[in-house]
Design a protein around this ligand. Structure first.
Ligand code: AMP
Length: 563
């Protein structure tokens, strides 16, 4: 085990949990994990101020898994989350971290799905229940004893729960759990309503807050780009075409991500290498030396592995995965702009992470402007510029050495100088696409990436392309043809509300009671989304979905008139 993996091992967690976490690819605990895990393990109540993206889920999930008694088949831990999406996400996280703990059962309890199977799963020995408050109260009305064995209670995103009007439900739930329980409350903000809950229901809670002092970063030109998580590698490849960099460091969160991105870059001909905690120290030093002397141009690193890295050649930092906290962001981008030089830092932001971007902007006191992915024309211009600058020094002198040969070849081939020069260019550029149509074909606009704002789309869960991404910008605006018997419906929720296609799919499947293949394409744009639904029974379906919420907001799906 390397020194860094000791980070989790040093936390006094059960080795099976540590093993599962390391297998997930995490190298060391994030700040919120480092601080919260010992407090929760020691049995204290706790208030954690942290938002999505800080690693808060593992901050409570790991110590709770450590505490439950697997041999007892009864609910021991209850996690309350504001939305079905978050409840499912938290339940999945528990399952991931419990992969090497046979006998752990997790159940997610939320509105829209039938109650019977949920109640049965609770009664059948799930030790961990992740629930939205409203649905859990429905269960309590059927069986008031259902939570009587719970010893650990977590309120995740407590401020969001209050915003959604769950205050009364929370009080009912507090009353249904033994007073001897340990209670942990996570919230991005601590308004007075949250503090009053804490006063009434937590016992001498310890406070954990990731200290964020304002930090300024001046010489560094910063920008962010909105992308979907599965489109980060194509986005990086596209950016690299136009960014004029000397050396570049790309930050990702996991070891696997360092390997994946480094392999994709190498495949495109970049001199790139991965740097992560699994790589032996002497090998790491070699990678850094190579970056310094130009044998490498790109290093893809985790935060841990890049610690102490100081290479003046670095002109660019790509934050491919979001850092856990603003300090880490400042630290990362400080790898460029060394020794008074200018640097450029790009941050890829997925829709869920918008809030983290705002936190970074607040802490650094700077706006991180939004940039767009370069389109095919920009890629082409950059390629031609590179070609021009690689030829410029030769033009001055190659004629002296190769002029005669050129004359002989034109004579032998009986062709014009332009024809021969074109043939030589084709050979020299090795089949690289150097006209607009070819670049467009080679770099299809991935849906959701690079689309102009308001045109952002993404794939539905079934892997369908929701946009004809390879036809260029103009056609992307044309309405997509509808399948027979389907109509398009619109909601005012979009990517800027943190919505992804899978959230819409999940909500409509659950609450609409539809078969999976009844739902067609889902297009998530910035300020609205379109969903294809069966025309047959549409009115009934829309009535069923009348009160459905997604990401905490009312879905309000309406038929969309195409004309
Ligand atoms: P959360 O703030 O809990 O929503 O977590 C944000 C993301 O960070 C999730 O995708 C986690 O899988 C990931 N994550 C959490 N802790 C770590 C860690 N220690 N190392 C790497 N990734 C992590």
């Amino acid at each position: 085990m390397t020194q860094e993996t000791g980070g989790f091992a040093a936390l006094d967690l059960n080795p099976n949990i540590v093993a599962a976490v390391l297998a997930t690819g995490y190298e060391e605990p994030s700040a919120i994990q480092q601080q919260s895990i010992p407090i929760i393990l020691a049995g204290h109540d706790m208030i954690g101020q942290a938002q999505t993206g800080t690693g808060k889920t593992a901050a409570f999930a790991l110590p709770i898994l450590n505490k439950i008694d697997v041999s007892k088949r009864e609910p021991q831990a209850l996690i309350l989350a504001p939305t079905r999406e978050l409840a499912l996400q938290v339940a999945t996280a528990f399952e991931t971290y419990a992969k090497q703990m046979p006998g752990v059962n997790v159940v997610a309890v939320y509105g829209g799905a039938p109650m019977g199977p949920q109640l049965r799963a609770i009664r059948n020995g799930a030790q961990i229940v992740v629930a939205t408050p409203g649905r859990l109260c429905d269960h309590l009305r059927r069986d008031e004893k259902v939570l009587s064995t719970v010893q650990y209670l977590v309120l995740d995103e407590a401020d969001e729960m209050l915003k959604l009007g769950f205050m009364d439900d929370l009080e009912v739930i507090f009353d249904a759990i033994p007073a001897t329980r340990q209670t942990v409350l996570f919230s991005a903000t601590l308004p007075s309503s949250i503090r009053s809950i804490a006063e009434r229901h937590l016992r001498e809670p310890k406070h954990v807050k990731i200290q964020s002092k304002t930090q300024t970063v001046t010489a560094i030109d910063q920008a962010h780009l909105m992308v979907h998580a599965d489109q980060k590698i194509p986005a990086v490849l596209r950016l690299l075409e136009v960014e004029e960099f000397d050396a570049l460091i790309a930050f990702v969160r996991t070891k696997q991500a360092t390997l994946d991105l480094a392999a994709a870059l190498e495949a495109k001909g970049y001199k790139a290498a991965a740097l992560n905690g699994d790589i032996a120290q002497n090998q790491r030093e070699r990678v850094i030396e190579s970056l310094k002397d130009g044998r490498l141009d790109i290093v893809v690193a985790t935060d841990v592995a890049a610690r102490g890295l100081d290479v003046p050649r670095i002109t660019h930092v790509f934050n491919v995965d979001m850092p856990y906290d603003p300090e880490s962001y400042v630290h990362r981008i400080g790898r460029t702009g060394r020794a008074g030089r200018d640097g450029r830092a790009l941050l890829l932001v997925t829709p869920r992470e918008r809030r983290m971007l705002q936190v970074i902007e607040r802490v650094t006191g700077q706006k991180v402007a939004e940039a767009r992915l370069p389109n095919a024309q920009a890629v082409l211009d950059a390629r031609i510029k590179k070609l021009t600058s690689s030829l410029a020094p030769l033009v001055a002198e190659a004629e002296a050495t190769h002029g005669e040969l050129f004359d002989r070849l034109t004579a032998d081939l009986g062709c014009s100088a332009r024809a021969l020069a074109s043939a030589l260019l084709r050979k020299a550029t090795n089949g690289q696409a150097l006209d607009l149509a070819a670049v467009e074909r080679e770099q299809p606009l991935v849906p959701g990436v690079g689309a102009p704002r308001g045109e952002r789309t993404e794939r539905s869960d079934r892997g369908e392309r929701s946009d004809r991404g390879d036809r260029g910008d103009r056609e992307r605006r044309a309405p997509l043809p509808l399948a027979e018997g389907r109509v398009r419906c619109r909601t005012a929720l979009g990517a800027r509300d943190g919505i992804a296609a899978k959230n819409l799919l999940g909500a409509i499947l659950n609450e609409g009671g539809l078969a999976r293949d009844a739902i067609g394409r889902i297009q998530v744009r910035d300020s609205f989304s379109l969903v294809e639904l069966p025309e047959d029974g549409l009115e009934k379906l829309l009535t069923k979905l009348k009160d459905t919420r997604v990401a905490g907001k009312q879905l309000k799906l309406r038929r969309y008139r195409e004309d």
